[in-house]
Design a binder for this molecule. Structure first.
Ligand code: GDP
Ligand code: MG
Length: 343
């Protein structure tokens, strides 16, 4: 069988902008495979991104994020909106990692052209998961999705970084998990625009709501923007549809927060923060790539490792030394060649 010619970055992005889902899938895979073409593709994607509403849902595994997202997708589809979902969780039913029953609930969306779901799995990404997720969200924006929903586990720094791509951050907690304390530690409480107590059907939900109210008061007082994060209780999964709770309220609260962002112009700052983070992630990644490329074939990397191993130096001193050398050389290169896109 003849091997088909692989598309150029221009061709791929053109197809993706026209809504070609296979082109989108290929583009994202390219990124996951740490291809050299990645930056070229992202440069072409970027001018078309940034027009979507980006919502983040974060919380522990099993708190009900995917179940809530499932309802949100349906509601937004009913409004005729195109929806993209990025699930940064290998156990997500979106990635087929969950129980069969859960997987079936999500399958309806896979037949719908207006829904594009991508899970980020657990493989190692060059530049880290935060950068890859940020790039995938940009791709989903460029595809013309009105809403992009990001699901992440609310655990470590990587997740806090990821949630910064969202304009509206929803923290999902459950009764009897001690989540409130964990969330406070991770600093997620302060950045949560909406706090959801899911599984409100479980015992202890009312008690948990009370104790959460106090915690939220404190978190709100730490915020500078004046938004008072509402607390909503929900039931995202129940045997009977009429036992579901709080989904409409969650939809309305997301809309309220979006309206607040746009009316107060706080949206500009949210977008600027996202760009600042994006810039940081790309810098970190590219500087490392640049340095390692420069060291390649010189045998220096091995020497450094050996020296650190033998206790003659440490990673901090090595990085300092290498950076100062490279930045001097890099500055000279820039003086002569200049950049293609002037600011
Ligand atoms: N009792 C109860 N179970 C729920 C609720 N929401 C989700 N679940 C169940 O909790 C489990 C984990 O839900 P999932 O949405 O996959 O959580 P995620 O890991 O945060 O995405 C699933 O078995 C759901 O059916 C709820 O409101 N009440
Ligand atoms: Mg999930």
């Amino acid at each position: 069988m003849a091997k088909t010619r692989s598309d150029s970055p221009e061709e791929m992005v053109q197809k993706l902008l026209a809504g070609d889902r296979r082109a989108a899938a290929r583009t994202i895979t390219l990124m996951e495979n740490q291809s050299e073409k990645n930056n070229q593709v992202m440069k072409l994607v970027y001018p078309h991104a940034g027009k979507s509403m980006v919502i983040g849902l974060t919380g522990s595994g099993g708190s009900g994020k995917s179940s809530l997202i499932n309802h949100l997708i349906r509601r937004y589809r009913d409004q005729g909106k195109r929806v993209g979902v990025v699930a940064v969780d290998p156990s997500s039913p979106f990635s087929g990692g969950a129980l069969l029953g859960d997987r079936i609930r999500f399958q309806a969306h896979s037949m719908d052209d207006g829904v594009y779901i991508r899970s980020m799995g657990s493989r190692g990404y060059l530049g880290g998961l935060a950068r890859s997720t940020s790039d995938v969200v940009r791709i989903m924006e460029a595809m013309g999705n009105d809403v992009v929903i990001v699901e992440t586990l609310g655990a470590g720094q990587d997740e806090v970084d990821i949630i910064h791509v969202a304009q509206t951050c929803v923290l999902v907690l459950t009764p009897n998990m001690g989540d409130d304390i964990q969330a406070m530690k991770a600093g997620i409480m302060e950045i949560a625009d909406i706090i959801v107590l899911n599984k409100a059907d479980l015992d202890g939900a009312i008690l948990c709501l009370r104790s959460l109210e106090a915690t939220i008061q404190f978190a709100i007082s730490q915020r500078e923007d004046g938004w008072v994060s509402p607390l909503i209780s929900t039931v995202a999964s129940a045997a009977k549809t009429e036992d579901l709770q709080g989904i409409n309220e969650l939809m309305k609260t997301i809309r309220d927060h979006q309206e607040y962002l746009h009316e107060s112009r706080a949206i500009d700052e949210v977008q600027a923060k996202r760009i600042e983070q994006e810039l940081g992630l790309v810098f970190k990644d590219e500087v490392q790539k640049f340095i390692f490329k420069g060291l390649k074939g010189t045998g220096k990397k091995r020497q450094y490792i050996k020296a650190i191993f033998e206790g003659r130096t440490d990673p901090y001193s090595v990085v300092e030394e290498v950076l100062s050398t490279f930045l001097k050389v890099g500055a000279k290169v820039n003086e002569t060649s200049g950049s293609k896109k002037h600011i």
